[in-house]
Design a protein around this ligand. Structure first.
Ligand code: UDP
Length: 502
């Protein structure tokens, strides 16, 4: 039988329950189904609707090939508020360990669910979010290969592998001392310990025992699935494969898996319509889009410094503000006086306090630059839309991504932020509302000037961004690198499954 005629393995895709992980891994599920593999996505009751609507939108109205199964999440038993089924819904950093505690019995419940199915309906391989460490035992029991999805790019994973192996951060005398992370010669990368992902920080809200489990999990899986494409990261995926000894499959940008503009169930809200109508009234490439991801919050003092830079710049600005409810009255009054919430066509600074339809915004011809926290999905969405970035990393692996954007890809201007921005659920206790602003108005303005204007360098960045956009689109098209990697992943999973089960 030709390889293309062999029955495709049945994938169980098990997202780590955090919004920013769920969306891309569900997109991967849709892409696998699009390549003919049957897929079951395991989720929890509170997230089932989000997952189902994502599946239907990616399938342009049909969920063909993808089954969504909700397994109850034991939030209350773990001391979490009822219905707290995603990490980003955890009301405080102190409850993060409880969230991790809940995932073990959740894993047991998933295992019971699969055991209760007829053998022919059980999955043949598993793709699991990186903190679902229990998935490896389940895969073993089912005789199925297990793949991990972190949500990081290959470059950031390569840096993490280097840090895990060589531990340069442990030799640093302070949180600010710079050390080399020589993972992609001839580029040179220096980081301070405080700029690293949570697991490398001396104080982290994830318990030590969980961190050990995470590392063991990533060392025992059969392969790594990455939301990226091979042409983007200067060979990082191949280097990651060599460094870890694992098969690495770059299958993105997964945000391109569905119909344009239909990628988010919130894309047709009032906020979304206001954004798009406001953009329609602006000139091509004139707008600066400002957003710091799904949860990015700043201390009030920092919001003010940023806000003063945004309202004084000569370009129209679309500014997404998260956590506005918890800003003090004086900051909210200032926002009300200096920005527009209604989307009047003539206004210079449109402030969106809810959820903005980021992918359609970035793809709108009026958008000329993106001030981003360097979350990997935002980065890749900007690359896929051909929009250059100004980089303001907040936390997690975002300082690593900044180096890729600015130094390697040359599609970004660094704002020059050296410390994590407090106010987000970083896992590190922060000064919260009273924390001071580390980044001054003038510093932001300089970076934005370079991004939006930028002369010859600006033109070079825009040309490079256009080039990457074309490569991103080609990667997922028939015969493109990500398209081929999806087929390879299915074949690899199928051959492992056959060898495990024979
Ligand atoms: N996003 C969005 N609208 C918002 C905020 C975020 O559509 O108002 C989406 C954005 O398009 C991206 C994701 O949320 O897909 C953010 O992911 P990223 O990895 O950039 O950052 P995180 O939220 O994990 O910090």
């Amino acid at each position: 039988m030709a390889a293309s005629q062999c029955p495709k393995p049945h994938f169980a895709v098990i997202p780590w329950p955090a919004t920013s992980h769920m969306i891309p891994i569900v997109d991967i599920a849709c892409l696998l189904a699009g390549h003919g593999a049957p897929v079951t996505v395991i989720t929890t009751p509170a997230s089932a609707q989000l997952v189902q609507s994502r599946v239907e939108r990616a399938g342009q109205g049909s969920s063909a090939g993808v089954t969504v199964t909700a397994i109850p999440f034991p939030a209350a038993e773990a001391g979490l508020p009822d219905g707290c089924e995603r990490l980003d819904h955890t009301p405080s950093v102190d409850l993060v360990p409880n969230f991790f505690d809940a995932t073990t019995p959740f894993g047991d419940a998933v295992a019971r669910h699969f055991r209760g199915l007829m053998a022919t309906r059980r999955p043949d391989c598993i793709v699991a979010g990186m903190c679902n460490t229990w998935a490896h035992g389940l895969a073993h029991e089912l005789g199925a290969p297990c793949f991990i999805f972190h949500g990081f790019c290959a470059f950031a994973l390569l840096c993490c592998e280097y840090l895990n192996t060589h531990k340069p951060h442990e030799a640093a005398a302070s949180l600010d001392e710079l050390f080399d992370v020589p993972v992609l010669p001839p580029f040179e990368f220096k980081f301070a310990r405080r700029q690293l992902p949570l697991q490398f920080l001396p104080s982290c809200s994830i318990p030590e025992v969980r961190l050990r489990e995470l590392r063991e999990f990533e060392m025992t899986v059969d392969g790594i699935v990455v939301n990226s494409f091979e042409e983007l990261e200067h060979g990082s995926a191949a280097r990651l494969a060599a460094a870890t000894g694992k098969a690495v499959f770059a299958v993105g940008p997964v945000s391109l898996c569905g119909a344009p503009g239909l990628l988010d169930s919130r894309a047709d809200s009032d906020d979304a319509r206001r954004c798009m109508a406001w953009l329609d009234a602006k000139q091509a490439r004139s707008v600066l889009y400002v957003s710091f991801g799904s949860a990015g919050r700043m201390p009030p003092a920092q919001v003010m410094q940023l806000g003063m830079a945004l309202v004084s710049c000569p370009w129209p600005v679309l500014w997404v503000i998260k956590g506005a409810d918890s800003l003090p009255d004086d900051v909210n009054d200032w926002l009300q006086d200096n920005t527009d919430a209604n989307g009047l066509p003539a206004s210079q600074c449109l402030a969106v306090r809810g959820w903005a339809p980021q992918v359609p915004i970035l793809e709108h011809p009026a958008v000329g630059g993106f001030l981003t926290h360097c979350g990997w999905r935002s980065t890749l969405e900007s690359v896929a839309a051909g929009v250059p970035m100004a980089t303001w990393p907040f936390t997690a692996e975002q300082f690593l991504n900044e180096k890729l954007i600015v130094d390697v890809l040359r599609v970004g201007v660094s704002v020059g932020v050296t410390k994590p921005t407090e106010g987000v659920l970083t896992g590190v206790k922060s000064g919260g509302r009273t924390a001071k602003a580390d980044v001054e108005t003038e510093q932001v303005k300089q970076a934005l000037d370079m991004l939006m204007d930028g002369g010859v360098d600006g033109e070079a960045r825009r040309a490079k961004a256009e080039e990457l956009k074309a490569k991103a689109k080609a990667a997922l098209q028939h015969g493109g690198s990500s398209y081929m990697n999806l087929d390879k992943l299915i074949q690899f999973a199928g051959s492992k499954w056959i060898s495990f089960s024979s």
